[in-house]
Design a protein around this ligand. Sequence first.
Ligand code: NDP
Ligand code: MG
Length: 389
Amino acid sequence: MKNIILLGATGSIGTQTIEVLRGLSDEYRLVSLAFGKNLNKAIEIINEFKPFYVCSELKEHAEILKNLYPSLKVGYGNDGLLECATFEARNNYPTVVVNALVGSLGLKPTVEAIRKGYTIALANKETLVTAGRIVKEEVAKHGVELIPIDSEHSAIFQCLNGENNRNLKRIILTASGGSFRDKTRAELENVTVEEALKHPNWSMGSKITIDSATMMNKGFEVIEAHFLFNVGYEQITTILHRESIIHSMVEFQDTAILAQLGTPDMKVPISYALTYPERQLVSNAKQLDLTEIGILHFEKVDFARFPCLKYAYDAGIIGHSLPTVLNAANEAAVNLFLDGKIKFLDIEKIIYENLEKHELIKNPDLETIIQLDKELKLRIIKSAERSAL
Ligand code: NDP
Ligand code: MG
């Protein structure tokens, strides 16, 4: 038996986690969940899974839930999110916290859940981008497991299973190229939000779909890999692979390369993170038939075409407070783009400008990171509003 805590239950990863849990039956008990504004979907999940604790983003939704379910423990806002992430079921089963929140909002709950000794199944890569060093320190201090859900990192995690890390030479992250992979930079000038939201291979939340179109997602994944697998940035490479069949690869000292393959379906890495070190049937997962696919394509990634990837490498290598700036500037810029307030190419411009003018803070602690993240996002939003006047 395992207790499951699900942060971001109503989102893309959250919904797929729910589907996986349905297939896993009552061995895995959803004890606590958090959602944002989608009250109706949350109610459906509560009726089906009967958790003990629920957290909503808004106070008014928490009040509705309290009236509907008098015996349910209910919280809201940032405090509720921490209560949700550290909820203690009255049993001795191990607890896995699935963090499927979007953005740096996921950082504090991850850290608190680690301090509680819970296993972390991490989809929320922004946690590792903004504060990877601190998260790793907490993981080591509390001896908990950090299992990736991101498909590339799940692939690497699986390829490294049973291997000695000192034999690892290189990590090769595959990238689909996102919605605009076949467009030139000139053609990116006037692309719309609707076009950007059409990912060729994956159906995901809006923020990560935009991150895939700018390739910042791959940049984040480089930083994520650095922290998850303790490898230097010079050992992490990226390769364009438009079919998203090879989810990533690792190369060893003897030149042997191991890859993990499958049809693009997040339920598989989610299920692996929940059932690790076991594997269980994933209902409705499509079996891979390579004869049906026939040909797989690979291309070099061009940093000039995808500058966000280069910014991520630079920020990761310099480290300290720079990855926090990278993440916060990206989050603010993507929100502005989704709200129709800036153009697609302004996203990378805003990130570049903020990285350039940032005065590095050495080894920032958790509070400094949270404060920097908040201030920077506010400043970027305000400045965009001023220039729109
Ligand atoms: P979504 O936008 O689909 O989901 C985000 C979730 O967070 C929703 O449940 C949302 O609630 C909830 N949420 C937002 N604000 C709050 C808040 N203040 N308090 C509590 N809950 C909140 O994102 P995705 O599922 O696509 O992505 C989640 C994470 O996983 C991201 O870090 C992403 O990069 C990563 N990831 C996603 C993949 C995918 O296939 N989607 C693949 C690999 C990684 P509501 O909808 O109710 O407002
Ligand atoms: Mg990924």
